[in-house]
Write a protein that binds this ligand. Structure first.
Ligand code: FA5
Length: 329
């Protein structure tokens, strides 16, 4: 019995010395817990004969006291060393510079466009990215057999029973014109920046997900001169003055006359936007009398402007998530 108690104490002291803050309580349970051998010995002492009882009792109780003292000491050691390791930190050292993000070039250009146009009195309007067929096409005078509705150009979300229940990802921001004109009376002056989606054969200047900003002004006596002045104003504002800007005759079902605006980029003309005078039929579709009012509209590709501004050579980089590209700004 005496030898057994001695060896328990030895074993316990060795285990306690090896324990860390987490395993110390396991070690304590192993040597002085309810199921520990020493506890069993202490419990069985009452069955011993009187002289033996006293000897074994004091031996076992002393052993338990020693183990408890060793546990307490180890606990204090561990607490002190934890405290020391905290104190080793030099809190006066400069901190690690946190990695902070930044605005994407597309957001920067969008904000500049908003700045350049709100100072001319344009208000910001929004429309949904999942749009009704009627607003994306019909009201804009884009006939049912127009190639732009083709499944090759359009992401259809729901084929409903008619054009007010069929839903697609908007292919341009022009439906915001319709929503706004249906809800407001002229004079109107709005811009509508946002995401647009097309089933594209992607290349360096064509992405399937890209951003446009629509502009619309409707009032009495609005002419191409107003359109041109506004466009030159915001292109200069974003790209700086002195760029070669070209207005080229074009066709859109919802404007007449229509133009495409190009800017000279790397010795080539890069198309920036479509624009024109709002087609009288579109005005009639939304209940505005074309004899009384006229207007202009434009839809500018925001990534295209960002390409020019930052000298980026591929529009697909904007959504590619390549950190080598993202970190350059
Ligand atoms: C339109 O989307 C017409 N809604 C623009 C418009 C509005 C005309 C109002 C008249 C009046 P278009 O498909 O050309 O037109 O696109 C307009 C601009 O969006 C283009 O000039 C180009 O800058 C940009 N764009 C078009 N497709 C892509 C694409 N796949 N990737 C990146 N930018 C694009």
């Amino acid at each position: 019995m005496e030898d057994e108690i001695k060896s328990i104490v030895q074993e316990a002291k060795a285990a306690i010395a090896q324990s860390d803050a987490v395993s110390l309580s396991v070690t304590a349970a192993k040597f002085i817990g309810r199921k520990a051998r020493l506890t069993q010995i202490l419990r069985s002492i009452k069955e011993f004969s009187a002289p033996e009882r006293q000897k074994a009792g004091s031996l076992a109780n002393r052993a338990r006291g020693e183990i408890e003292a060793a546990l307490l000491q180890r606990k204090q050691e561990l607490a002190t060393s934890a405290q020391r390791s905290t104190m080793k930190r030099d809190t006066t050292l400069p901190g690690i510079t946190p990695e902070i993000g930044h605005l994407s070039p597309v957001t920067i250009v969008t904000n500049q466009l908003i700045g350049a146009l709100t100072e001319l009195g344009f208000e910001i309007a929004h429309g949904p990215e999942a749009e009704l067929e009627a607003y994306n096409f019909d009201y804009l005078n884009i006939m049912p057999n127009h190639p732009a509705r083709d499944e090759w150009d359009t992401f259809w979300l729901r084929q409903g029973k008619d054009n007010k229940t069929s839903v697609l990802l908007r292919t341009h921001t022009s439906p915001v014109q319709i929503r706004y004109m249906l809800a407001h009376k002229p004079p109107l002056r709005i811009i509508a920046p946002g995401r647009t989606f097309r089933y594209e054969a992607e290349d360096a200047t064509h992405a399937s997900v890209f951003s446009q900003m629509e502009g619309l002004m409707v009032d009495k006596g609005i002419s191409v001169a107003h359109l041109k002045a506004v466009i030159v104003h915001f292109v200069d504002r974003v790209l700086g003055e002195g760029n070669q800007v070209r207005f080229r005759p074009s066709f859109f079902p919802f404007t007449e006359p229509s133009f495409e605006v190009d800017v000279r980029f790397r010795d080539k003309w890069l198309e920036l936007m479509g624009c024109g005078m709002v087609h009288p039929q579109v005005l009639r579709n939304v209940g505005i009398d074309p004899e009384e009012y006229s207007g202009f509209a434009f839809g500018v590709g925001i990534e295209r402007l960002a390409l020019l501004k930052y000298g980026i050579n591929d529009v697909r980089l904007f959504l590619g998530g390549d950190m080598r590209f993202v970190k350059q700004f």
